[in-house]
Design a protein around this ligand. Structure first.
Ligand SMILES: [Zn+2]
Length: 280
């Protein structure tokens, strides 16, 4: 089946080398990639709500797809091994959640509005591979994405890309339209008992990345009202969009949690490599 799939995709049956960036976990890259994806997933909810985008299927799945495509828009000029390693980091976050050792048996919430962690992992791995099947065959090796799914991933990616381009064409602010409303960034000072969050605040603020994303959102779309992106200490590792107040909240704890989880990444990569040794 694998051989047939490769032939159909026009790929050689010689396994592609896994780039070193993906082989060796990088804590800073993992945390940055997942903080960006979390923010862009919530931006997906923001755009669905504020622009009244039509949504077929579950909104949570749509927000993951918008978040994923947001990474391509955010790093539009960067399509190198480091960028692809970031996509793997984002998918692997959900694999770590799925396979995390928990003291009690993990609760599987079939009724939840979000897909199960394992499904979010495979959905994102599929989109990552499908975004460039000729370059990213190694994503199949690293994620264990079954051939039955991988075969359709280029098509899945094209469908999502088409939808996002359609949204950009239909909801973009016209060049002659003034920017009436803005998405503004507000940092709340973390409490003294969270010194790590205080350090994080300095780093995030110095990077100017959030201001960049907010300014780009305000200029790309004609937002119907002023909105806020708040970075705050929430008492939980979370992020959400409040469609009543028009406030997107990203918690310091969520970003710090990524750092904690990144420590488990070597185990994950090691297992993937033992199963399919890289061709170097
Ligand atoms: Zn969501």
């Amino acid at each position: 089946m694998k051989r047939l799939l490769l032939l159909l995709l026009g790929l050689s049956s010689v396994a592609q080398a896994v780039p070193v960036q993906a082989l060796y976990p990088d804590e800073v890259r993992f945390v940055t990639a997942n903080a960006e994806f979390t923010l862009l997933h919530e931006m997906g909810h923001l755009l669905i709500s504020e622009l009244q985008l039509p949504v077929l299927g579950r909104e949570e799945d749509a927000a993951d797809q918008l978040g994923f495509m947001g990474l391509f828009l955010l790093h539009e000029r960067q399509r190198d091994a480091d960028f692809y390693a970031k996509l793997l980091d984002v998918a692997d976050y959900w694999r770590l959640e799925w396979q995390r050792q928990r003291p009690e048996a993990p609760e599987v919430r079939e009724w939840d509005s979000h897909a199960l962690d394992a499904q979010r992992f495979f959905n994102l791995a599929c989109l990552a591979y499908g975004s460039d099947p000729r370059q990213l065959e190694w994503v199949i090796q690293m994620t264990g994405l079954p051939d039955e799914r991988a075969f359709y991933c280029p098509e899945e990616y094209q469908q999502v890309e088409y939808a996002v381009n359609w949204i950009r064409q239909h909801f973009a602010r016209r060049a002659d339209q003034p920017i009436r409303h803005h998405l503004r960034v507000e940092y709340q000072t973390p409490p003294l008992h969270l010194p790590e969050a205080r350090e994080l605040l300095e780093k995030v603020r110095a990077s100017g990345e959030l201001e960049g994303i907010a300014a780009r959102t305000s200029s790309t779309f004609a937002l119907p009202r002023d909105l806020k992106l708040i970075v705050a200490a929430c008492g939980e590792a979370n992020a959400w969009y409040n469609r009543i107040s028009g406030e997107l909240t990203l918690c310091y704890e969520r970003i710090l949690y990524f750092r904690e989880l990144a420590r488990e990444l070597p185990r994950l990569r090691q297992t993937a490599l033992q199963e399919t040794p890289p061709t170097l």
